[in-house]
Ligand binder design. Structure first.
Ligand code: HEM
Length: 255
């Protein structure tokens, strides 16, 4: 658990949690509608008569989309209300593009996360949602009624911790303590620490590298991959680590 962010690292955080929750999204929309929109020639006139709680409403929508509480649905009217606010506005592409551009600028000002994973998901949603807003706003548009608010997610499994950062500190695997020559090898003490969070996530589709039972069951195949240097995918283990894994198998795969 990362206490500073209040995020359980065992589970993949939602985009809402990673952003910093409701206060962070409200900072974003407040900056956007107060600092950028009024003086922008393309957007200013569109929002000239917006309600004073508009930033709060859009923050609630974004929070819900990003996996937070269903505040927009519960307090502000949900999908139908959002669509009704775009209908008939005949939004133009240049307005849409400016909307996305300035919202990204506001995200920087608001101190929202700048990591590649979160920004990729954020921009993907803004592009997707804003193009739908333009579509829904055209004179002949007939948006489907009564849909649920979409729930957005990290793009293409690019979740936090899913890759090795070029700026990351040394991976835990490199620091794992190897057993002495006469010491019995155990899964909990020696084998599990050899697998990083990244390795675990990469293999999750098949089995759990932090589970004694599952690693025992696939031990032979794992050893083959380690020996061939094809696992982990970002670089082979040094020989002494492969040897420890082999010793663990030969000595009965202790828990
Ligand atoms: C991901 C894209 C978008 C999201 C999530 C979004 C969100 C919202 C929401 C939730 C509302 C209704 C707030 C309420 O309850 O009253 C709203 C209204 C509105 N949106 Fe969007 N919007 C998007 C794209 C756009 C774009 C691209 C434009 C124009 C360039 C735009 C222009 C407006 C306008 C003019 C209103 C009505 C404001 C008023 O109350 O006067 N929206 N939007």
């Amino acid at each position: 658990m990362d206490a500073t962010r209040g995020i359980d690292e065992e589970a993949v955080p939602t985009l809402f949690e990673w952003a910093g929750g409701g206060p962070a999204l409200l900072r974003l929309t407040t900056i956007f509608y107060e600092k950028y929109v009024p003086e922008d020639p393309l957007l200013g006139p569109l929002f000239a008569t917006m309600a004073s709680d508009h930033p709060e409403r859009v923050a609630a929508w974004l929070g819900e989309v990003f996996g937070g509480p269903r505040s927009y649905t519960e307090h502000f009217g949900g999908y139908d209300r959002m669509v009704s606010q775009h209908i008939g506005k005949t939004l133009r592409e240049e307005q849409r593009a400016r909307w996305v551009q300035l919202l990204c600028r506001a995200a920087d000002d608001a101190g929202l996360p700048t990591d590649p994973e979160w920004r990729a998901a954020f921009v993907a949603y803004l592009e997707w949602g804003s193009r739908i807003a333009v579509e829904n706003s055209q004179p002949d548009a007939e948006p489907p009624p009564h849909m649920s608010v979409p729930r957005w997610w990290w793009v293409c499994d690019a979740t936090p911790g899913s890759r090795v950062s070029a700026l990351a500190e040394q991976a835990p695997q490199q620091n794992a303590e190897l057993p002495g020559a006469d010491e019995p090898v155990s899964f909990a003490q020696h084998i599990k620490p050899l697998f990083r969070d990244l390795d675990r996530r990469s293999m999750r589709f098949a089995f759990d590298l932090w589970s004694h039972a599952e690693v025992s069951g696939h031990a032979g195949a794992i050893l083959d991959r380690l020996r061939a240097g094809t696992m982990p995918c970002d670089g082979a283990w040094p020989e002494d680590r492969v040897a420890v894994f082999e010793r663990w198998i030969d000595s009965g795969k202790a828990a």
